[in-house]
Ligand binder design. Structure first.
Ligand code: KG4
Ligand code: ZN
Length: 365
C-alpha cells in the first residue's frame, strides 16, 4: 500500500470524510481505484485494451470508447470489492475530465456523474496530467515542493516547476512528438508490437546502446524545449541503408541506441531545469517513466548530482485511477468549494501559459 498525501495546504482537515473512488478512461485503460480519507490506496484496478488495438498498431478512438463501455462497471465493482467497500461507503468520486480521447472520456465522466448523482456524493473532474503529477507522491508522501516535474507520456513531454500551493509553471515542452510517441513510432519502424515503449525497453536490454549512435536533438543546449521528430527520421534512414539481414541482426542494437537518445535528452533537460530553477528535487511521471534505462539513469544522476528523485512505482507510471483519486483528494482537501459542474475537455492542459517564441534552431550533438 502507498500513501498519497502530497504536501498541499489543508483548508479543512476534515475533508474528504470518507473514501474516494477514482475513475480513469482517457485513452486505452479502463481503471478504477479507491483511496481512503488519508490517501492510502485501498485498491487499484486496471483493464488494459492493448489486445483490442494491437492489430491496428495504435489506439483506435471508437474501439476504445466501446471497450470502456463494456468494462467500466466491472472495473468499478472490482475496485470496490478489493477495497472491501460498497458504493454506500464512498464520500466522493474523482474522474478524468481531460486531456484524452473525447469518446473515451465521455464514458468515464458520464458513469461518474450518474454514480455521484445516485449516491449524493461530490464529483471532482480531474486533469489527467495533474493525476500523473500526483503519482509522484504515491510512494514518497514527503517529497518536497517546490520541485521540477517532468511529465513523459504518450501525448506529453512537459517540464514544470511545481510550487508549494500546487500551481505549475511550464518551463518547456516538446515541439513535435511526445517521448512516448517517439517510442511507439520507433517500435513500429523496427517491426515491434504495440505499445512500443515496453517493447523497445525489453529488446534494448539485449542490445548495445553504444553500437549505433543516434543524434540527441536539442533546441539550443540551454533550452528546455524537446524535439523527437528528427530522431525518428534518423532511424528511418538507418533502416533504409541496411539490408534485411542486417536489420534483423541489429534490431536490438538499434532499439538500445534509439532508446538511449530519448532517455539522455529527457534526463539532461530535467537536470538543466533543476539548475535553471536552483532546485534539488525532481519528479518524473507518466508512462515513459516506466522505462528501465530512464529509471536507472535518473537514479545514477540523482546520486551523483545530489538531487532528490521521485519516480512512481511501476503500477502508477502508466494510466491508472489511484493517481486520479489522489489528485481529486487534493482538490477536496484544499478547496472543496471549487467543485462545480464540468464537462469533458479533450485538450485540457495543466496551465495555459504562453509558449516561448519559436526562434531557437534545433541543434544536435
Ligand atoms: O501515461 P501513459 O500510460 O498514457 C498517456 O497518458 O499517454 O503513457 C503511455 C506511453 C506510451 O507511449 C508507451 O509506449 C509509453 O508510455 N511507455 C513506455 C514504457 N511503458 C510505457 N515507454 C518507454 N518504456 C517503457 N517501459
Ligand atoms: Zn497518461
Amino acid at each position: 500500500m502507498f500513501h498519497t498525501d502530497q504536501a498541499a495546504p489543508r483548508v479543512d482537515a476534515g475533508w474528504p470524510p470518507r473514501p474516494i473512488l477514482g475513475i480513469e478512461s482517457s485513452c486505452d485503460e479502463t481503471a478504477a481505484a479507491v483511496i481512503d480519507r488519508d490517501g492510502l490506496v485501498l485498491s487499484n484496478v486496471i483493464s488494459s485494451q492493448t489486445a483490442v488495438h494491437a492489430k491496428f498498431g495504435g489506439v483506435v478512438p471508437e474501439l476504445a470508447a466501446r471497450a470502456h463501455i463494456g468494462m467500466i462497471d466491472t472495473v468499478v465493482a472490482d475496485a470496490l470489492s478489493q477495497a472491501r467497500l460498497t458504493k454506500k461507503d464512498l464520500g466522493a468520486i474523482a474522474v478524468t475530465r481531460g486531456p484524452g480521447l473525447a469518446g473515451a472520456l465521455l464514458v468515464g465522466v458520464n458513469y461518474a456523474k450518474a454514480m455521484s448523482y445516485g449516491l449524493g456524493v461530490p464529483l471532482v473532474g480531474v486533469n489527467h496530467l495533474e493525476g500523473h503529477i500526483a503519482s509522484a507522491w504515491l510512494a514518497d508522501p514527503a517529497f518536497p515542493l517546490p520541485c521540477i516535474v517532468l511529465v513523459v507520456s504518450g501525448g506529453h513531454t512537459h517540464l514544470y516547476r511545481r510550487e508549494r500551493g500546487g500551481s505549475c509553471a511550464l518551463l518547456g515542452c516538446t515541439r513535435d512528438d511526445a517521448a512516448g510517441e517517439a517510442f511507439d513510432k520507433g517500435a513500429q519502424m523496427l517491426g515491434l508490437e504495440f505499445p512500443g515503449g515496453p517493447a523497445i525497453d525489453r529488446l534494448a536490454r539485449q542490445g548495445n546502446r553504444e553500437a549505433i549512435r543516434f543524434p540527441r536533438f536539442h533546441r539550443r543546449k540551454s533550452s528546455l524545449e524537446f524535439s523527437f521528430s528528427g530522431l525518428k527520421t534518423s532511424l528511418l534512414y538507418k533502416l533504409r541503408d541496411m539490408d534485411a539481414g542486417e536489420r534483423v541482426r541489429q534490431t536490438a542494437d538499434l532499439a538500445a541506441g534509439y532508446q538511449e537518445a530519448i532517455v539522455q535528452v529527457l534526463a539532461s533537460k530535467a537536470l538543466a531545469a533543476l539548475a535553471q530553477e536552483k532546485l534539488s528535487a525532481l519528479a518524473v511521471v507518466g508512462g515513459v517513466s516506466a522505462n528501465s534505462r530512464l529509471r536507472g539513469l535518473l537514479h545514477e544522476w540523482a546520486e551523483r548530482n545530489r538531487f532528490r528523485l521521485a519516480v512512481p512505482p511501476m503500477a502508477y507510471c502508466t494510466d491508472n485511477a489511484a493517481m486520479i483519486a489522489s489528485a481529486g483528494r487534493q482538490v477536496l482537501m484544499s478547496d472543496p468549494g471549487s467543485i462545480r459542474e464540468f464537462d469533458i475537455q479533450p485538450s485540457l492542459q495543466v496551465q495555459p501559459l504562453p509558449r516561448p517564441a519559436l526562434r531557437e534552431e534545433i541543434t544536435h550533438s
